[in-house]
Design a protein around this ligand. Structure first.
Ligand SMILES: [Zn+2]
Length: 271
């Protein structure tokens, strides 16, 4: 999936999550958790709602400029669209680039290692990564919301912890979204975006035609394609799990198995 595709999907997912949030009858959840700066939408003007070359190019420039100033803003408040920016940055930040090229890093993009690996291995690695990163977000945000101040550190800022949390969740969202790209996986069907087909194959990047991969990556970011819609709803679902778990003070992600079964199921045909 392309950078602007990730950004557009994440923004749509945040909107979908927030609109469901507003209907919650739990006041604490609705008034406090849903309005965490973590869930701010990035207001950015795009050329098109579909993933396209010019938006993608502009975003690369924008993020690189932002990341270069990252150390200066480490202790600034979480700005609008921080989470979205972090989801995109998984493909860009210099220290994250290793995820892109190394065998070890393929799970960050829901792809398969080059050597000694099966589709089953790749699936397990990627889904474990998504779950672990989700749990890291929950752990850090529980600390920020419930225990940080009680330790009595006056003047202490939780900004750094909140940013760390966002970076973990961003990695989970990035890999989850990539799992819907036809350049990354093959699913048994694509008819119903609420019930995407099980994952039959997970591709090896090094073995692919780069041009085709790139085109597939744009396709998966077309706003109305069933895959992009699945990616939006799956992402919104993951945000809901995060918010719910923290509001109910559960260190384990509430509803994880149902989530995995719905959005990341491995086909029985997979090798
Ligand atoms: Zn990726």
């Amino acid at each position: 999936m392309k950078l602007d595709g990730h950004a557009k999907l994440t923004n749509s997912a945040l909107r979908a999550f927030k609109s469901r949030c507003s209907k919650s009858t739990d006041v604490f959840f609705r008034e406090k958790i849903c309005h965490l700066p973590q869930f701010n939408v990035w207001n950015i003007n795009w050329d098109s709602t579909d993933s396209n070359k010019s938006d993608n190019k502009n975003l690369i420039k924008y993020i690189i400029t932002q990341e270069l100033s990252v150390f200066g803003e480490l202790f600034h408040q979480i700005g609008r669209g921080y989470l979205t920016r972090e989801v995109v940055a998984v493909d860009l930040e210099p220290f994250k680039l290793i995820y892109h090229i190394s065998d070890f890093g393929q799970k960050y993009h829901f792809m398969q290692r080059t050597k000694d690996s099966t589709v089953k291995d790749a699936h397990r690695e990627a889904t474990t990564l998504i779950k672990n990163k989700t749990m890291e977000w929950i752990r850090l945000m529980m600390h920020v919301l419930y225990s940080y101040r009680r330790h009595g550190r006056p003047g202490g800022s939780t900004v750094f912890l909140r940013k760390q949390a966002a970076s973990h969740l961003a990695i989970a969202l990035h890999s989850l979204q990539d799992s819907f790209s036809p350049g990354h996986t093959k699913r048994t069907s694509y008819d119903n975006f609420q019930h995407p087909g099980a994952i039959e194959d997970i591709y090896i990047y090094a073995e692919q035609d780069k041009h085709n991969h790139s085109q597939h990556d744009f396709d998966s970011g077309l706003a109305n394609s069933p895959l992009a819609r699945s990616a939006v709803y799956a992402s919104a679902d993951l945000l809901r799990i995060c918010a719910l778990s923290v509001s109910m003070r559960s260190m384990l992600p509430i509803g994880w198995n149902a989530f995995e079964d719905k959005w990341l199921k491995l086909s029985s045909q997979a090798k």
